[in-house]
Design a protein around this ligand. Structure first.
Ligand SMILES: *[C@@H]1O[C@H](CO)[C@@H](O)[C@H](O)[C@H]1NC(C)=O
Length: 434
């Protein structure tokens, strides 16, 4: 890449060198002309000589005109050369990026696989103190293309290393979707896919060169898709997601009210079934804490310790194609359909976190909370980050406008702030909704 860049630089340098030669030639011509004009009327030269000089002058100026024409053409040719070299370099950069991503993931995968072998292999004695690790990276399922060959084909083209960002969208969120994919493209994340829930969105994606998948008509589910509120669509996504996992893909499920500022795949650990952004707003609430409950009447035992963690955000999580992951999707989808009033995010968290107990088998899924400053919710941004000189300088991977109803306006402000560097872009908004 460096060599290529040097070549480009040299070419540009060559171009300016060429330009300065023309300027030099013109200057010499003009100077010569002046000298001759000064000398010719009376001085040293006879009339025949002045004829020669006239011819000479003509020749020089003719030459200058023709060399100017040639140079315009040459400059244009060079310009288009430079342009195509730039395009090529962009393509190569993209390729290098995707190869690096594959390499890094292969290495990460090798590490996880070794841990799996240790944990799942023959029974073995326990190693020394502090060296023992339980299984958290579950093995992936065998892909089954027969369940949806059309989607399988799309994913084969769009996904990178069996990973893809997926968003569900209907016409209600068209303008936010535009901000969504514009920023994804700006960052240069090729592996994203819109699941279009109506014709308008399908057309909109096609005309904007955004990878799109339209599901086959599916009774019941599709009336939700067309007319549904945000919450109803959220329920649908668990059913849609299942197919992606069955096909063997890891999905980064994304809501539409999210601004991408870096490539999230560079910041995923891939060691758990579910890796999710948090609704928490500081270390305690995002990562879990011991919340002491006080009941003074109990005297000596007045303090009861409780475990608390702010919920995972079911609008942005990375899910690997494993049995616990698919079990999670099934459990959430079936609870949502049996109780239409339930909220998908609450159900998602209850299924993830409640342990087995009498009469109930809990889900045994491995989970990881994403970094709250890299995968930032809008409460963290508007309540804390924008007022803190140090935190303000951090560049998040994504910002999710989950905490605010004026999503579109705040999304654009986030772009102004982080992409265009407008330092006051976030100032006009209140912390919460007023
Ligand atoms: C939150 O946790 C991080 C990482 O563990 C630490 O560096 C930081 O100081 C903590 N912040 C606060 C306010 O405790």
């Amino acid at each position: 890449m460096a060599g290529r860049r040097d070549a480009l630089l040299n070419r540009e340098k060559g171009q300016s060198l060429f330009g300065s030669r023309i300027v030099g030639a013109v200057a010499i011509g003009v100077l010569l002309g002046c000298v001759l004009a000064f000398l010719s009327p009376h001085g040293l030269f006879s009339s025949s000589n002045s004829q020669t000089i006239h011819n000479l002058r003509n020749r020089i100026s003719n030459q200058m005109v023709s060399s100017e024409c040639e140079s315009v053409e040459q400059v244009n040719a060079l310009k288009s050369d430079v342009q195509s070299a730039k395009e090529k370099s962009y393509e190569l950069k993209k390729e290098v990026r995707s190869l690096m991503e594959k390499l890094r993931q292969a290495e990460q995968g090798k590490g996880h696989a070794q841990e799996q072998v240790v944990a799942l292999g023959d029974k073995h004695k326990v190693g020394p103190f502090g060296t023992v690790k339980g299984l958290r990276t579950n093995p992936t399922v065998i892909p089954d293309e027969s369940i949806n060959p059309r989607l399988a084909k799309i994913l084969e083209e769009v996904a990178i290393y069996k990973e893809i960002i997926v968003v569900l969208a209907n016409s209600n969120v068209k303008e936010m979707l535009e901000v969504w994919f514009t920023n994804i493209k700006r960052v240069g994340i090729p592996n994203h896919l819109v699941v279009a829930l109506d014709d308008t969105i399908e057309e909109f994606c096609k005309s904007n060169d955004v990878p799109v998948y339209r599901r086959d008509p599916d009774e019941g589910v599709d009336t939700i898709a067309k007319t549904g509120s945000n919450h109803a669509v959220s329920g649908l996504k668990f059913r849609v997601l299942r197919e992606f996992l069955q096909l063997g893909y890891s999905v980064l499920l994304s809501d539409v009210d999210i601004v991408y500022l870096q490539n999230p795949f560079d910041h995923i650990y891939r060691d758990s079934d579910v890796e999710s952004m948090s609704d928490g707003h500081n270390n305690h609430t995002a990562y879990g804490f011991n919340d002491v409950f006080d009941e003074p009447k109990m005297g000596w035992a007045r303090y009861a310790h409780t475990m608390r963690i702010w919920v995972y955000n079911s609008g942005f999580f990375y899910i690997r194609p494993t049995l616990p992951s698919i079990e999670l999707l099934d459990r959430v989808a079936s609870r949502l359909s049996s109780d239409p009033k339930s909220w998908d995010q609450a159900v998602f968290n209850e299924e993830l976190f409640f342990p087995s107990h009498p009469g109930y088998d809990g889900l045994h899924a491995a989970k990881r909370t994403m970094d709250m400053y890299l995968f930032m919710n809008s409460k963290v941004l508007f309540k804390t980050v924008r007022k803190d000189d140090k935190l303000k300088k951090l560049k998040p991977v994504i910002v999710h406008l989950n905490y605010h109803p004026d999503k579109f306006a705040r999304m654009k402000a986030v772009v102004d702030f982080y992409v265009y560097g407008k330092q006051d872009a976030l100032d006009r908004f209140p912390d919460g909704s007023e």
